[in-house]
Design a protein around this ligand. Structure first.
Ligand code: NDP
Length: 414
């Protein structure tokens, strides 16, 4: 039985991980949970899964959580409660955990992820922002500790699964940014997000309600907005670069509205290998938990005759400037992806609070990246990443306060 620590247990990735653990009680046992603010759901999860440890990001909420658990009057053993950044690190490195699922959203997941790596834990990596912001810090730590990084993102799981069928499976395993031999090209598929059928000029009418309704996947709000702007795919390009060691010219994005092919790899002999399935995050999460085995599930089987057709098109750079910004930040390397990631997190937060328009998101990100060019650090340490992260958030907040001057989409793409 594998013991699991679930970081961000109250989120979309976290709840799906707990569902899997309930479906396979002989295989998985939950030993630690972390949450942000959702105490209602957390209390239910504690009752069902009886973890040894629970960490709350906001330590101020600990007394309320303690009270709620006391009020249950249950004779079940209560978990140890911890809070704040140290509490998250304790959950991430919890002694009895074999594997840590990183379902915290945003760069807030960075320090707990590093804590898990330093404790030598295997990781199911959902929290892509960690690798994007701090790839140059995380990869050497992985090498040092021997932790294995299993990608939970559906596209990277697909690539990882495709690589299992190659003679270099051992090498492709688990990601220290070293080029994977025989791997020539990666094609990341993208649903196209909430606005995939909109014309670029109609994005003037994009609202929070539209941007947070994804056609294929059910996910947290931040990643759903990232999908609508295609920033999510841009972040995944950088994630793929760090995971599989390919340069940016060999990582491509293709819009595939049905989300049945979860990504493809092209090998040296020109063969293309793909992984297919219904769009359901439980499958890549399960593969992380069960790897290198596969468990039999009662889940819906893929029927291509039901799907009918699989279609593909190139993403329109004029419509999706965030995608371009991500490629540019990835190519610049060093601290630039951390700046772009933090600027995006802040911009999306401002958009969700309706302080800026959807079309302002790339404008403020680009401005932050431009300003950072002169200060870019090519080989950053952790402190550098944390410092530029804070700087970029502040730069975006200040720009929003001043008011953005939106550039026409066509000019951004030029
Ligand atoms: P959600 O917003 O649904 O959940 C986020 C989780 O993180 C919640 O448990 C939340 O707690 C917690 N959290 C929020 N802020 C903080 C903080 N500052 N410190 C500690 N914990 C915090 O996000 P998702 O599950 O959608 O995404 C999680 C990660 O997985 C993201 O990095 C995303 O890019 C990635 N991912 C998600 C996919 C999906 O299908 N959802 C697919 C592929 C990748 P609370 O709610 O209690 O406040």
């Amino acid at each position: 039985m594998k013991a699991i620590s679930v970081l961000g247990s109250t989120g979309s990735i976290g709840t799906q991980t707990l569902q899997i653990s309930e479906e396979f009680p002989e295989q998985f046992r939950v030993v630690a949970l972390t949450a942000g603010r959702n105490l209602d759901l957390l209390v239910q999860q504690i009752q069902r899964h009886r973890p040894e440890l629970v960490a709350l990001a906001n330590a101020d909420l600990l007394p309320e959580l303690q009270q709620r658990l006391d009020d249950l009057g249950s004779d079940q053993q209560l978990p140890q409660l911890v809070g704040g950044p140290d509490g998250l690190n304790i959950a991430a490195s919890w002694d009895s955990a074999d594997l840590v699922v990183t379902g915290i959203v945003g760069c807030a997941g960075l320090l707990p992820t590093l804590a898990a790596i330093r404790a030598g834990k295997d990781l199911a990596l959902a929290n892509k922002e960690t690798l994007i912001a701090a790839g140059p810090v995380v990869l050497p730590e992985l090498k040092r500790s021997g932790s294995r990084l299993l990608p939970a993102d559906s596209e990277h799981s697909a690539i990882f699964q495709c690589l299992q069928g190659t003679p270099w499976a051992e090498n492709a395993r688990l990601s220290t940014g070293v080029p994977t031999p025989g791997l020539r090209r990666i094609q990341l598929t993208a649903s196209g997000g909430a606005f995939r059928d909109w014309k670029a000029e109609d994005l003037e009418n994009a609202t929070v309600a539209y941007a947070t309704s994804h056609p294929n996947w059910s996910m947290g709000r931040k990643i759903t907005v990232d999908s609508a702007s295609l920033m999510n795919k841009g972040l995944e390009v950088i994630e793929a670069h760090y995971l599989f060691g390919l340069d940016y010219d060999h990582i491509e994005i293709v819009i595939h509205p049905q989300s049945i092919i979860h990504s493809m790899i092209e090998l040296d002999d020109s063969s293309v290998v793909a992984q297919l399935g219904w769009p359901d995050m439980k499958l890549p999460i399960l593969y992380c938990l069960s790897w290198p085995s596969r468990l039999e599930t009662p889940w819906r089987r893929l029927d291509l005759t039901e799907v009918g057709q699989l279609t593909f098109r190139s993403p329109d750079p004029a419509k999706y400037p965030c995608m371009q910004l991500a490629y540019e930040a990835g190519r610049a390397g060093g601290t630039m992806p951390a700046v772009m990631n933090a600027a995006n997190e802040e911009a999306v937060a401002q958009f969700l609070e309706e302080k800026i328009h959807f079309l302002d998101i790339p404008v403020v990100i680009e401005a932050a990246c431009e300003r950072h060019k002169a200060d870019l650090i090519s080989h950053p340490q952790l402190e550098d990443v944390l410092a530029v992260d804070q700087w970029a958030r502040k730069a975006v907040r200040e720009q929003v306060q001043r008011g953005t001057t939106r550039v026409p989409l066509a000019a951004l793409a030029a």
